[in-house]
Design a protein around this ligand. Sequence first.
Ligand SMILES: *Cc1c(COP(=O)(O)O)cnc(C)c1O
Length: 455
Amino acid sequence: MAETIKYLLDESRIPKAWYNIMADLPSPPPPVLHPGTMKPVGPDDLAPLFPLSLIMQEVTAEREVEIPEPVREIYKLWRPSPLYRARRLERALDTPARIYYKYEGVSPAGSHKPNTAVAQAYYNREAGIKRITTETGAGQWGSALAFAGTLFGIDVQVFMVRVSYDQKPYRRALMETYGARCVPSPSNETQSGRAILARNEKHPGSLGIAISEAVEVAASRDDTKYALGSVLNHVLLHQTVIGQEAMAQLELANDYPDVIIGCTGGGSNFAGIVFPFLGAQLRGGRKVRIVAIEPAACPSLTRGKYAYDFGDTAHLTPHAKMYTLGSTFTPPGFHAGGLRYHGMAPLVSHIKELGLIEARAYHQIKCFEAGVEFARAEGILPAPEANHAVRAAIDEALKCKEEGVSRAILFNLCGHGHFDMQAYIDYFAGKLSDQDYDEAELAMALSGLPSVKAA
Ligand SMILES: *Cc1c(COP(=O)(O)O)cnc(C)c1O
């Protein structure tokens, strides 16, 4: 068999609609609640933050949501993304498994995030919005939205978690190249930021704090809206181009996955590759094993509580029922910055609760080991986040070898690691450690969950 096997589709095969799993679920996820009234939030509650079109996508039960032509036109810059058969990795592992990976690192920002950034910028422009605020941790989301903003003529202001702002000047430079303004968070530009700085001038920041700042600015101005890069239903919806393309590409390969693997921070790249396959299963199609991989230092799906919680630290956002570590939980330092969120997407949490997916938590060193092994076999250097999925795919392939069976493994290689070389430098220097979160801190963060009576 050939060594290099790549399944490509031409532009005409970019999906014409996003796939909405809500249409096929046996039960809908619990409603998102207004923190004041404890009633389900309505479009009016969210209108200060999002354009109506995105609010409607948040709640629609339509199976297909048409992708606007201007969005598909921009998708053509990098979509359909390639699906590879990892033949050289299979050979290195000496496994009978068939390993496939969908590569989202070919996007201009280097990850899956532009799939939703472009869509969100488009709907904001259609609504006459001039400026979008957002938060970013490692900088992947910020650079994706900065890219999308410049294509649609929208100003983008990014609150970047302070430690990352200091440690990742290249992501910041990329955002600025696309024309975005990048501010370290906590900042002096918002009340939430000032409140934190008053207590600790040198606060390292967190995603939860940066979200509070971005939301605060958007809520206070009519021409400004907010955008989130993961967690919300409409974000997961936009990512389903990944799984839909992978399905068509596996058809070319005349194969179907036995197991699908994705890493989970807020859950969007995972949902993107998984939901189209899971939907097919729910409609009576073939059953697939689905595994979500998260960092052991921020293990919302495996160690969190399925409960209503806030999405941010200053508690400006509605209550969503999700697997959560508590909105005040600060994970210890580890290198997969995109996986540091305290909660998990309500939709991904719901399908976990329904028993439709499995979840596992991995420490970082063995993930980097897997990433290096992957790079040496396949040439592509994965993002630290993606290394979690690579690790799991390799483990599954080794299990196939042990059992002497050939299974088809599909994983999402959600981004490249070219901006994360410091993490690799630290790994090679033996400076990485496997940190566990602090049990006492987790208990404290969970004790601060809002009390929500069963509806
Ligand atoms: C942001 C990011 C993640 C985590 O976000 P999800 O919503 O869980 O996908 C993972 N990998 C990469 C490369 C990212 O940029």
